[in-house]
Design a protein around this ligand. Structure first.
Ligand code: DSN
Length: 412
């Protein structure tokens, strides 16, 4: 950093400001986390200098003997962590992991059944603006009106009538356990392949607090930077018989040189996730989310599905005369970062929305436990109840953050 300050004070200053923002603010974006100093060190290493197109021992460049070791370790650790026969650690992102799987298993125009974006799905699950929606024909399932959990009857009916070649389970904004067995049974009944995108819950799965999709899904995609607490990137798991097809769709299909510094950082993160403390961290994440849910509901706020089983809650502000956009901005002024989010049967559109998504993985990494999370719930409600409360809440947020430094807690 000392060299960067001298060589490029503009970027050094931006990094410094972002460091302070992260340190002094309550970051409750459900898909973010804070990586360990070891993950940061690997990602900021000279491995970024190396071209390594291909796979370990089968590269298109010389000098790959050490990056090969890093990728072999990352693969071995990912397989051990998730008990999966095959892993590809090269996807630059979750979107690219999904793209590679679609291209490996399907032809353009083929049918895919996945979760509706406004009910909690992801852009790459068939949104018209995404490559997925442009290249494949999607049908979407959603949540039931009463319990606001995944409507498995609708999944079964759509599977029968739409006859997809692939069924996708997995979500970006769904606070409940996903029943992979039921999905697998439905997929088998219509001879469809079954993919799980576990990007949000990968850490929970690794920590044993969400059922694993391994053994149910033909293929599993993930990111490595959410609950899994690794560097920003993607991951694909599956059975050995899909390995050749998927590997060739990642490279040379859709990517060039792998990011070897990121792959090394993934290896570090998988190693950390294999330690006993990681399961305890994930248990704490789930407990903290449930404390948050109760705290918000006790103050009269409505949550999609009336609670949570995982790392996040979805607040539905429809009855509050407050849009998700206004809530996000108001909380932001108090130093609380969340994101606006569509709710089931959304009426306001994706730039305004009627809800906010709140996650606790990052504050749990800072060492926060139920007492701190209960306080967070109160601070959020104070601000949402009354915009004038921002003035009192902002210093309380800073004080809370001072008590739980970014690199103390789990990441000391
Ligand atoms: N995975 C999304 C999120 O949950 O924030 C972004 O693509």
């Amino acid at each position: 950093m000392a060299d960067l300050v001298t060589d490029d004070p503009q970027i050094a200053g931006i990094i410094e400001k972002e460091t302070i923002r992260q340190e002094q603010g309550l970051n409750l974006i459900a898909s973010e986390n804070t990586v360990s100093p070891s993950v940061l060190a690997a990602q900021g290493s000279v491995l970024t200098n190396k071209y390594a197109e291909g796979y370990p021992s089968r590269r298109y460049y010389g000098g790959c003997e050490f990056v090969d070791q890093a990728e072999d370790l990352a693969i071995a650790r990912a397989k051990k962590l998730f008990n999966a026969p095959y892993a590809n650690v090269q996807p630059h992102s979750g979107s690219q992991a999904n793209m590679a799987v679609y291209f490996a298993l399907l032809n353009p125009g083929d049918r895919i059944l996945a979760m509706d974006l406004s009910h909690g799905g992801h852009l790459t699950h068939g949104a018209p603006a995404s490559f997925s929606g442009r290249l494949f024909e999607f049908a979407h399932y959603g949540l039931t009106r009463d319990t606001q959990t995944i409507d498995m009857d609708q999944v079964a009916t759509l599977a029968e009538t739409f006859k997809p070649r692939l069924i996708v389970a997995g979500a970006s904004a769904y606070p409940r356990i996903i029943n992979f067995q039921k999905f697998a049974d439905i997929a088998a009944s219509v001879h469809a392949l079954f993919m799980v995108d576990m990007a949000h819950i990968a850490g929970l799965v690794a920590g044993g607090v969400h059922p694993t999709p391994v053994g149910y899904a033909d293929v599993i995609t993930s990111t490595t930077h959410k609950t899994l607490r690794g560097p920003r990137g993607g991951l694909i798991l599956g059975s050995d018989d899909l390995a050749a097809k998927i590997n060739s769709q990642i490279f040379p299909g859709i990517q060039g040189g792998p990011l070897m510094h990121v792959i090394a950082a993934k290896a570090v993160a998988f190693h950390e996730a294999l330690q006993p403390g990681f399961a305890r961290y994930q248990q704490q994440v789930v407990e903290n989310a449930s404390v948050l849910a109760r705290g918000l509901m006790n103050r009269g706020y409505k949550l999609v599905s009336n609670g949570t089983d995982n790392h996040m809650v979805l607040m539905d502000l429809t009855d509050r005369g407050l849009s998700g956009k206004e809530a996000e901005e108001r909380l932001g002024r108090a130093g609380i970062t969340v994101n606006k989010n569509t709710v089931p049967n959304e009426t306001k559109g994706t730039f305004v929305t009627s809800g906010i998504r709140i996650g606790v993985p990052l504050v749990t990494s800072r060492g926060m436990k139920p007492d701190a999370v209960q306080q967070i719930a109160e601070l959020i409600c104070d601000v949402l109840d009354d915009a004038a409360a921002v003035e009192q809440v902002a210093p309380a947020v800073k004080d809370l953050c001072r008590r739980y430094p970014l690199y103390s807690g789990e990441n000391a």
